[in-house]
Ligand binder design. Structure first.
Ligand code: GLN
Ligand code: ZN
Length: 762
C-alpha cells in the first residue's frame, strides 16, 4: 500500500516565498535570490515528506505564483500581448514573462494588463485563468517540471511524482477570448503536447505522473466526457512507460464514476472526505488494472483524522482489490491547509490535540499505513483525542443548541412585508431620491495600520488606541457630511478584517499565529478556526456605531458581517453541518443587530460578499444550499422593527442564476458591484422585477481611477431605465479600505454631484 501525497503548501512555514517574491517585484533582489529561496523551500518540503515516509513524493507542485499559470507557460499558452516583455526589454527572462502574465507589466514603456484571476473551485485559492483563441497553438515552453523532477530526485534519492493539471481540466479552467470556437475542442491540439511532455518526463526517468482532473468530479456535458475518453486513450496509446495517476477532488464522481474508472490510466484518486459514499460505486466498476488512491485525510481543514473511519474505508478497499492496488492520500493537495501545527504556541493544549496541519497530516498517512499493517495501538491515542473533542465542554454550549433546536419559521421573517416597511422607513429617514452612501470602510491609511501594530506591541494602551480611532472616526464623519453624503458610515477603522473582527469577539472561534494559507500569488490569509458552538458574549460593534451616530444628525449605518461570509472565510467544524454552524452564527449576529437597534441605530448593513462563493460545485446541490444560506441571513436580520432599515452588500457580478434567492433575502436595501459590467447585470434584477431598494455600484473601487460626474450619471440613468427610480441608491461598488484618500475624495465628490444631477433629470 503506497503513501501518496498530492501536493504540499509552497509558501513556506515563515511565508518565505511571499517575502522573496515581493522583494523581487520591488526590484530589491535579483533572480538568483528568488530562485535560491524557491530551491530551498522545495528541498525542505521534499525532505519533510521523505522523512514522513511518503512513497509518492510530488514535484512541480511548487509554484512562484500559481500552478495553473505554470501550466500555461509549460504548454506555451502565452497570450500575444506579453511578447514585448521578452522581445523589447533587454535582460528580461522567462521569470519576468511569467510574472507579467500574473501581475501585468507597467514599465519600460510597456503597459500590459495581467491575466484574469478566479477562484479555484470552492476554495479560497485563486488561479490565473488560461486564455484561448480560435487559432490557439500549444508547444512545450518552460522547463520547470523537468528541473523539479531532477531536483526532487537528487534530494530524496527516490523517483518523484511530477504533478500536472490534466489536459481536459486545463482546458476547462480556461476562457475563450474570442468567439467562434469551444475551448473543449482544442483537446486534439493539446493532447500531442501532453504526449510529448509525458514521454520527455519518461526519458528523465519518471514512473508515476499525477494528472489532476478535478472536473471529473463536476457536472460534465457530452463533449467534455468525449474529450476525457479521447485524451486518455491517446495518452495511453502513445506514452507506454508512464503510469498515470488521475486525481479528482472537491466532489464525488457521482454519474461520472464509470467514465473515470474506465479511463486507461494506472490509478485513480478519489476524495473520500468530501464524498465517502463514492467508494462503493467506484469499487463496483473498477477494472482489474486500476489502482485506487483513497483521499482519506482532509486536505481542506485543520482537524485530526478519524482513524477508525479512515481505516474502515481502507480495509474495504483492500478487501476488494488488494493492498498492492491501494494507495492512501490526503483528499486533495495540502496547499489548502496551513503548514505546521507545532508552530502554534497560543492554542490551548486540549484544542491543539484535536488539530493537524499539513506536516501533521503527512504523519497521519504514515500512522494509517502502520495501523492497516497491524500496529493497532496507534488507534487508541487517536480515539482518545477524538473522544476528548467530542465530549469537551469547550465546544458544547447547551443554550446555543437549545436555541437552534427551538428555531421556527417566524425567526426568519420580518414583522411586515417590504411594501409595509418601505413607506415607514421613508417617513422615518426622509432621504432625498437617489440617496448617496458608501459600503462601509474608508481608506485604511498607514497611520491607522501603525496604530494597530503599536497596540499589538504594547506601545499603545487600549485606551490610547481607542482615542486615536475615535479621532479618525469623527474626522470621517465630518468629511462625509461636508461631501454631502446622505447616509454615513463610521469607516471601520477599528477593524483589521471583516471576519477576524467578529471571530475575535465571538465564542467558539480561535485564531492561529501562523496558520497561513495561500490565497493568490504572494497573498495569504489566516482563516479563523470555528471549533465550538458559536455565541456572542457581549456587544461587538455597538460602541463604535453609537459613537459615530452621536457625532451627526444624518443616519450612520451599523456595519456587520453576515453569517455565511463568516462561515465561508473560516476553517469550519467537521463534527456538524455547515448549515448548523451558520445558523449559530446567524443568531449571534441577530443579537448584535437587535442591540444596535436598541442603541438607536436605524440602518444596519449585514455584508454577505461570500454567499455566492459558497455555492456547491454540483448543480443539483445548489438549491438546498441557497435555501439555508438565505434563511440564515434572514435569521440574522429579522429581529428588528419595520422602521429599521436592513442593508446588505455583495461584491460580485454574476447574479442571473441566483437572483430569486437574493430577492428572498428580503434586505430593505442591497448594494452590489455593477460598474464593471456597465449596469448590465441590473437587467437580471429588472427581469425579475426585484422589489426592494438597490444601490448598483456606480464606480469600481478596485482601481485608483476617478470617474467623472457624467460617467456616473450615465450609469444612474441606465439603472433608472431598468428599475423604479424611487428604489435606487447611489454608492461605489465596494468598501474603500484599499484605496488612497485623494482618489476616494475626488470620486465620492463626483458621485454626490451625479446623484444631485440625477434627482433633477430623472
Ligand atoms: N463593509 C465592508 C467594507 O466596506 C465590505 C467589504 C466587502 O464587501 N468585501 O470594507
Ligand atoms: Zn464588497
Amino acid at each position: 500500500m503506497l503513501k501518496n501525497n498530492l501536493g504540499y503548501p509552497r509558501i513556506g512555514a515563515q511565508r518565505q516565498l511571499k517575502k522573496a517574491c515581493e522583494q523581487y517585484w520591488a526590484g530589491k533582489t535579483g533572480r538568483e535570490a528568488l530562485s535560491g529561496v524557491a530551491r530551498q523551500l522545495q528541498e525542505e518540503h521534499w525532505k519533510l515528506q521523505l522523512q514522513a515516509g511518503i512513497d509518492l513524493i510530488p514535484c512541480n507542485d511548487f509554484s512562484y505564483y500559481d500552478h495553473v499559470l505554470d501550466m500555461s507557460l509549460l504548454l506555451g499558452a502565452i497570450p500575444e500581448r506579453y511578447t514585448p516583455v521578452v522581445t523589447d526589454v533587454k535582460g528580461n527572462t522567462e521569470t519576468d514573462l511569467y510574472f507579467a502574465m500574473a501581475r501585468g507589466y507597467q514599465r519600460d514603456g510597456l503597459d500590459i494588463t495581467a491575466m484574469e484571476m478566479t477562484k479555484w473551485f470552492d476554495t479560497n485559492y485563486h488561479y490565473i485563468v488560461p486564455e484561448f483563441t480560435a487559432g490557439q497553438q500549444f508547444r512545450l515552453f518552460s522547463n520547470k517540471v523537468f528541473d523539479a523532477f531532477s531536483g526532487a530526485r537528487q534530494v530524496t534519492g527516490k523517483i518523484p511524482k511530477p504533478v500536472l493539471i490534466g489536459p481536459v481540466s486545463y482546458l476547462l479552467l480556461g476562457k475563450e477570448k474570442e468567439a467562434g470556437f469551444r475551448k473543449i475542442d482544442l483537446i486534439s491540439r493539446l493532447v500531442p503536447v501532453y504526449v510529448e511532455l509525458l514521454n520527455r518526463l519518461q526519458s528523465y526517468g519518471a514512473g508515476w505522473v499525477q494528472l489532476d482532473e478535478p472536473f471529473l468530479a463536476m457536472d460534465l456535458d457530452e463533449a467534455e466526457k468525449a474529450a476525457y475518453e479521447y485524451a486518455y486513450r491517446e495518452i495511453s496509446r502513445s506514452c507506454k512507460g508512464i503510469k498515470i495517476l488521475l486525481t479528482t477532488y472537491f466532489e464525488g464522481l457521482r454519474e461520472n464514476a464509470s467514465l473515470a474508472a474506465g479511463l486507461p490510466v494506472s490509478a485513480l484518486h478519489i476524495d473520500l472526505v468530501r464524498a465517502p459514499e463514492q467508494l462503493d460505486a467506484v469499487l463496483k466498476t473498477i477494472p482489474g488494472s486500476l489502482s485506487l488512491s483513497l483521499g482519506v485525510v482532509d486536505g481542506r481543514n485543520i482537524w485530526k483524522n478519524d482513524y477508525r473511519s479512515s481505516l474502515a474505508l481502507i480495509e474495504k478497499t483492500v478487501a476488494a482489490i488488494g493492498s498492492e492496488r491501494t494507495m492512501i492520500a490526503p483528499s486533495c493537495s495540502l496547499l489548502h491547509t496551513p503548514f505546521d501545527l507545532d508552530l502554534e504556541t497560543d492554542i490551548p493544549g486540549e484544542v491543539k490535540n484535536w488539530m493537524a496541519f499539513a506536516r501533521q497530516k503527512l504523519q497521519e498517512l504514515d500512522e494509517l499505513y502502520r495501523i492497516a499493517a497491524g500496529e493497532t495501538a496507534l488507534l487508541e491515542a487517536n480515539r482518545l483525542a477524538r473522544e476528548s473533542r467530542r465530549a469537551s465542554a469547550r465546544i458544547h454550549n447547551p443554550a446555543v443548541k437549545a436555541r437552534i433546536a427551538a428555531m421556527s419559521e417566524a425567526d426568519a421573517r420580518r414583522h411586515s412585508g417590504f411594501d409595509v416597511r418601505q413607506p415607514l422607513q421613508h417617513k422615518r429617514f426622509g432621504l432625498p431620491r437617489f440617496p448617496t452612501t458608501t459600503i462601509g470602510s474608508f481608506p485604511q491609511t498607514d497611520d491607522i495600520r501603525r496604530l494597530r501594530a503599536a497596540l499589538k506591541k504594547g506601545l499603545l494602551t487600549p485606551e490610547q488606541y481607542d482615542a486615536e480611532i475615535e479621532k479618525a472616526t469623527v474626522e470621517v464623519i465630518r468629511w462625509q457630511e461636508e461631501a454631502g453624503l446622505d447616509v454615513l458610515v463610521h469607516g471601520e477603522y477599528e477593524r483589521n478584517d471583516m471576519v477576524e473582527y467578529f471571530g475575535e469577539q465571538l465564542d467558539g472561534f480561535l485564531f492561529t499565529r501562523n496558520g497561513w494559507v495561500q490565497s493568490y500569488g504572494s497573498r495569504c490569509v489566516k482563516p479563523p478556526v470555528i471549533y465550538g458552538d458559536v455565541s456572542r458574549p457581549g456587544d461587538m460593534t455597538v460602541r463604535w456605531s453609537r459613537f459615530a451616530q452621536s457625532h451627526t444628525e444624518r443616519p450612520v449605518k451599523g456595519m456587520l458581517t453576515g453569517p455565511v461570509t463568516i462561515l465561508q472565510w473560516s476553517f469550519v467544524r467537521d463534527d456538524q453541518s455547515r448549515r448548523e454552524t451558520t445558523n449559530q452564527i446567524a443568531f449571534a449576529i441577530r443579537d448584535e443587530v437587535n442591540a444596535l437597534e436598541k442603541a438607536g441605530i436605524g440602518m444596519i448593513q449585514i455584508d454577505e460578499p461570500a454567499i455566492r462563493e459558497g455555492l456547491p460545485l454540483r448543480r443539483e446541490d445548489r438549491q438546498n444550499y441557497l435555501e439555508w444560506a438565505v434563511k440564515s441571513f434572514r435569521i440574522s436580520a429579522a429581529g428588528v422593527q419595520d422602521e429599521t432599515q436592513i442593508h446588505t452588500h455583495m461584491c460580485y457580478s454574476e447574479f442571473n442564476d441566483i437572483i430569486e434567492h437574493i430577492a428572498a433575502m428580503d434586505a430593505d436595501v442591497i448594494t452590489i458591484e455593477t460598474s464593471r459590467s456597465q449596469m448590465e447585470l441590473l437587467e437580471a434584477f429588472a427581469g425579475f422585477r426585484y422589489p426592494n431598494e438597490i444601490g448598483p455600484g456606480v464606480y469600481d473601487i478596485h482601481s485608483p481611477r476617478v470617474p467623472s460626474v457624467a460617467e456616473m450619471l450615465g450609469l444612474l440613468e441606465k439603472a433608472a431605465a431598468l428599475l423604479p427610480a424611487g428604489n435606487l441608491w447611489v454608492n461605489p461598488d465596494c468598501g474603500l479600505k484599499t484605496r488612497k484618500w485623494p482618489e476616494t475624495a475626488a470620486a465620492l465628490e463626483n458621485m454626490v454631484q451625479a446623484a444631485r444631477e440625477a434627482r433633477r433629470r430623472v
